[in-house]
Design a protein around this ligand. Sequence first.
Ligand code: 13P
Ligand code: SF4
Length: 317
Amino acid sequence: MNIVEEIRALCQEKNAIIMAHYYQRPEIQDVADFVGDSLALAQVAAKTDADIIVMCGVHFMAETAKILCPNKKVLIPAPEAGCSLADSCKAADLAAWKVAHPNHMVVSYVNTSAAVKALTDVVVTSSNALKIVKQLPEDRPILFGPDQNLGGYINRMTGRSMELWNGGCHVHARFSEEALLALKEQYPTAKVLAHPECKQSILQHADVIGSTQALLDYAKQSNSSLERPISNSEASHLQYIVATESGILHEMQKSCPEVEFIAVPAEGGGCNECEYMRMCTLENLRDCLLNESNEIAVEETIAHDAIRPIQRMLEMS
Ligand code: 13P
Ligand code: SF4
């Protein structure tokens, strides 16, 4: 049996489901039962009847699944896989921010610890943040954290003036505007797809701004109109310059094989991969399933307070 067959056999034997984020290594996405963005991972976790959830993603994703499914075993193959964005907001600092703004509602991005979620009124992901903020009472001021770029994007789109936490994702912060402009010149008909965690200097050049799922859906939708082989000149219209973690290109390329996806490099030509997302491997996934190791636990009082804003998000999505 090869390692992929071993993993699938373990899933069968233990009634386990493997969930993977679009930023995971290609081989992890391919072995998973479900691949999705942060919102879809939470939605699927909330509904699964598997006994074990293996979350191939980063720590806050596994924690969110555990909060939604307290009676299930939630495992993470790479427990050291954190998130610079979630780390940019500590619960104690958020608590102090709330004390300084007693009339504000707190809207937190899903990329946060359970302790931060427990202090939050409503959680959002990049898929539903705009939709949810639009539903909040207009006369209620909002504290939004921790992603400053996503918050700024929502403020611009809604005309609201949410107070923004000064946090961000190190991967999305390092995309190079200069490299993006050079790619636009090289591929003049290509559309630019960007994640709202990118800086405004990148977002200002984007044709489409959305979560990983929204960017994928956009590419799939343009591709689905083609029911025949395409000529070279048509193909030249089907190029997308992608400004988000490059793991998403695997599913984009699988769903739209004739389309050319071009990843925007980081500043200085550097890497646009999230090292935390790449920590999960076939080997640690197999071992985690086999030994049922790296189980996620969330302290009961924190889980009790954190589930409300997550459920509110699922209801408002
Ligand atoms: P989405 O899955 O909501 O697109 O978010 C991306 C992300 O940064 C996950 O870490
Ligand atoms: Fe966190 Fe950024 Fe990695 Fe997403 S890409 S997990 S936001 S560090």
